[in-house]
Design a protein around this ligand. Structure first.
Ligand SMILES: Nc1ncnc2c1ncn2[C@@H]1O[C@H](COP(=O)(O)OP(=O)(O)OP(=O)(O)O)[C@@H](O)[C@H]1O
Ligand SMILES: [Mg+2]
Length: 242
């Protein structure tokens, strides 16, 4: 099995609190990794470093042997706060990444290190361009729309496709974010406590849905959870932080 993500001698601290020191790990393609550990130990920080959103103080993260220096198209993160777009209804939320996923990264691009200021202005430019393109964007095919509706049904939001996030419960919002994540099924999915707001029965169903789609696509999933049973059920590999 090819190794897809590598963390090499990673060190990071915040306000003199050390989170990782010379941390190494390899995540192989096609597996589900479950990460458990007490609050504040650095689980989200780890996912953020893999996603390119957080730069380590020392060491490197590589994806297919390329340094990860910014968010990449093939690595999608479902955040702990499962942010949905409040001005878009459920269907538009699920279709959002189809329209606006990050531009393709070329290897030479990816290895260019950017200053935070330059990086911010590029992000601004990217959003300006993509929002201006919205009306002419034709990525939304009938197939994509059908797939999004199907996913909304699978997460139990089939009756809510025209409702907005502020009209949904916390658990429904989390399932909406899950549907948006599963819409793309990129090569790597990082999920930060993706099912934490769900009742046990719904949670069980969503675990089965993730497992089913993972089996179909063979992608890599790195998932943080506080639920040891969930880790046992889902993970090919379980990593416990202390
Ligand atoms: N950008 C930041 N600035 C300052 N401190 C930070 C930052 N990001 C994380 N931390 C600190 O790093 C530590 C680890 O945070 P992290 O969010 O990775 O924990 P976690 O394991 O995901 O916890 P939880 O289970 O509660 O979500 C915490 O003490 C947090 O306050
Ligand atoms: Mg966290």
């Amino acid at each position: 099995m090819i190794s897809i993500i590598q963390l090499n001698d990673i060190s990071i601290k915040f306000d003199n609190k050390t989170i990782f020191t010379n941390y190494n790990n390899t995540f192989e393609g096609g597996k589900i990794y479950c990460i458990t550990g007490p609050s504040g130990c650095g689980k989200t920080t780890l996912l953020r470093m893999i996603s390119g959103l957080q730069k380590p103080d020392r060491g490197t993260v590589t994806y297919n042997n390329l340094k990860v220096l910014k968010p990449l198209r093939n690595i999608f993160m479902m955040h702990q706060s499962y942010t949905n777009f409040p001005w878009k209804n459920c269907l538009e939320n699920v279709l959002f990444p189809v329209k606006y996923h990050a531009p393709k990264i070329h290897s030479s691009d990816n290895e260019i290190s950017e200053s935070p200021t330059r990086s911010r202005s590029r992000i601004k430019m990217f959003f300006k361009k993509t929002f201006l393109k919205e009306s002419s964007n034709n990525n939304i095919t009938d197939d994509n729309r059908d797939k999004a509706i199907n996913l909304l049904e699978e997460v139990g939001l089939g009756d809510a496709i025209e409702r907005f996030p502020n009209e949904l419960s916390g658990g429904m919002n989390q399932r909406l974010a899950l549907a948006r994540t599963l819409m793309m099924m990129p090569e790597v999915i990082l999920m930060d406590e993706p099912l934490s707001a769900l009742d046990p029965q719904t949670r069980n169903k969503m675990q089965d849905l993730i497992l089913k789609l993972h089996k179909e696509t063979g992608n890599t999933i790195i998932m943080v959870t506080h639920d040891l049973n969930e880790a046992q059920k889902m993970g090919d590999v379980n990593i416990a932080f202390s």
